[in-house]
Design a protein around this ligand. Structure first.
Ligand SMILES: *Cc1c(COP(=O)(O)O)cnc(C)c1O
Length: 234
């Protein structure tokens, strides 16, 4: 299957899942996760109407971004772990960082965005499964509370919601409790009405489980394999 055919198939799946959940498919943004995908494939997805892309490495995207500067109407999101020493480059390259996982990183991103005279949208990445190998703040951590309480001080950042990569399971139903947990956490934070904290976005669901995520309230599904095909496990 070609990239445009895959995009159409994914859009159909999103529409079906939204209908099952009694939601509008327009409430769900399709993010094409283009890590390891070629510039040509990214252009094909863009031609098929995709306007939001996710990349997980600053260096990899840095090489591709210079060949994609003509795609003005496009959002480029950083979705992988970001080392604070790469915050400056990330703030320059990306529209948004969806993987904010520390107070230190937030401070560095704010300083970088200030330097470039821009504003950066952020999602806080939450490690809902408590897995040691995954990044993200723990749902009950002091780090999460510190980030939320400090948000008002960072004039160049806007906290738009939460993102999570739950523990992998072949069975999407097994992931449902983690999606629900993230939504509940979002609702709790939103109810506090903290300055610069909006919490409208819930980024959850990947190629094999995004239907369940949409049923649990996802507003952004991050789809790589189902659009660009299997990645080489190099
Ligand atoms: C790779 C990746 C995805 C996409 O996963 P697929 O299973 O290929 O759809 C989504 N989110 C993050 C954070 C990723 O790193």
């Amino acid at each position: 299957m070609s990239v445009p055919e895959n995009v159409a198939a994914v859009r159909h799946r999103i529409a079906e899942a939204a209908r099952t959940a009694g939601r509008q498919s327009e409430e769900v943004t399709l993010m094409a996760v283009s890590k390891t995908a070629s510039v040509k494939s990214i252009r094909e997805a863009h031609a098929a109407g995709v306007r939001v892309f996710g990349e997980n490495r600053v260096q990899e995207f840095s090489g591709k971004a210079s060949q994609l500067v003509d795609l003005h109407d496009t959002e480029w999101h950083m979705i992988g772990h970001l080392q604070p020493n790469k915050a400056g480059r990330a703030a320059e390259l990306f529209t948004a960082v969806d993987s904010l996982d520390s107070l230190r990183l937030a401070g560095k991103l704010n300083a970088a965005a200030q330097q470039f005279g821009t504003r950066l949208d952020l999602l806080i990445e939450v490690n809902v499964g408590g897995e040691a190998a995954k990044s993200g703040v723990a749902p009950d951590s002091a780090e999460l509370q510190l980030v939320l309480q400090s948000a008002g001080e960072w004039g160049h950042l806007r906290f738009r919601g939460l993102m999570s990569v739950p523990p992998f399971s072949e069975d999407p139903e097994a992931t449902r409790p983690y999606f629900r947990r993230l939504r509940e956490l979002r609702d709790q934070i939103a109810a506090r009405n903290l300055p610069r904290v909006e919490m409208n976005v819930l980024s959850m669901g990947m190629s094999h489980d995004f239907e369940v995520a949409i049923e649990e309230g996802s507003t952004c599904v991050r789809v790589g394999t189902a659009i660009f095909g299997a990645r080489d496990k190099a």
